[in-house]
Design a binder for this molecule. Structure first.
Ligand code: BG6
Length: 295
């Protein structure tokens, strides 16, 4: 409790941003402004909730069976995959899937409200992974923006992959079309990374686990059921992962309800597959996502 009090004193903003002990006793930042609301777990620097004012349904999907405990990744919201996406490049089973950032406790460096009334938080992951240092800037207004900055503080080049593994909430996956990938090549992770080409909109009617490559444009999740579209723009992201576990994989995942898959889809701003970032000494890389909703 002492830590929460100190955080509120140092970084709280009256009526807009406060910290509390949330699910699993983990520290959370709660933003409630006249533009939008968001919850952020400092464990994992993990956004677990976002909703612009005037929008009925939350934008992010959270698993009702998510586990909130140190050592475990939180299922839903926006996990940060870093500095490797998927399994560690060495294949070592000792290295956690999707890297270390989502299972570390982060620190709050700075908070504020900008001239446009958006609430800003800057978080840092204590320590380094190899020589890579990591910070995350989160901006909450009527849109949600995340900017993940990696800096190579060492004196040799470092390679990394990453993703802002965003789980979007949808009315019912059969009423959803994902636009913006027509003609784009993807690695089909369900078929040993066979390279295929998207034709038309993405429609999810089976397990999907794909890395779309060589794509930097914007995409839209058009949801007829909730009569809304979610617009996703990416920064520093030459690849996008699209994932839905469908029936069998949902059943295998302990923290994912068997009937949860029709209510979600992941579209991840990524540097994944062939989109490996090599950082020279002293260089930085920013991976960003901006999410907004139109009725
Ligand atoms: C996706 C991967 O990004 O994350 C999938 O492409 C993976 O292969 C999914 O199953 C979930 O990963 P995790 O480690 O959170 O269960």
């Amino acid at each position: 409790m002492l830590k929460i009090d100190a955080l509120n004193k140092r970084c709280g903003i009256p009526d807009v941003l406060s910290f509390d002990e949330g699910e699993g006793g983990l520290p959370f930042a709660r933003i409630r402004s006249d533009r939008g609301e968001a919850d952020i777990s400092l464990y994992g620097a993990h956004v677990t909730h976002f909703k612009p004012v005037g929008i009925e349904h939350p934008v992010l999907w959270m698993s009702p069976e998510a586990v909130f405990a140190e050592g475990k990744a939180i299922r839903g919201g926006i996990p940060i995959c870093w500095p490797w996406f998927g399994n560690h490049p060495s294949g070592s089973p000792e290295k956690p899937a999707h890297g270390v950032a989502r299972i570390r406790m982060w620190e709050v460096k700075e908070t504020g409200v900008d001239d446009a009334g958006r609430v800003r938080l800057r978080l840092a992951m204590p320590g380094k992974e190899s020589d890579l240092a990591l910070t995350l800037e989160i901006v909450v207004g009527s849109a949600l923006e995340l900017r993940l900055t990696t800096e190579n503080t060492g004196d040799a080049p470092e390679a990394m992959t990453a993703a802002l593994h965003t789980y979007f909430s949808v009315s019912e996956i059969g009423k959803v079309r994902i636009k913006g990938f027509d003609g784009v090549e993807y690695w089909d992770q369900l078929e040993g990374n066979a390279v295929k080409r998207q034709e038309g909109d993405i429609i999810i009617d089976r397990e999907v686990d794909r890395i779309y490559v060589g794509t930097e444009g914007e995409c839209r999740i058009v949801d007829e059921g909730w009569e809304r579209a979610i617009r996703v723009t990416r920064e520093g992201s030459g690849s996008a992962v699209v994932w839905n576990p469908w029936i069998e994989k949902s059943a295998r995942l302990g923290d994912f309800p068997d009937d949860g898959f029709p209510g979600m889809v992941c579209i991840e701003a990524a540097n994944a597959g062939p989109d490996v970032v090599t950082l020279q000494p002293g260089m930085r890389h920013v991976l960003g996502i901006k999410i907004s909703v139109t009725p």
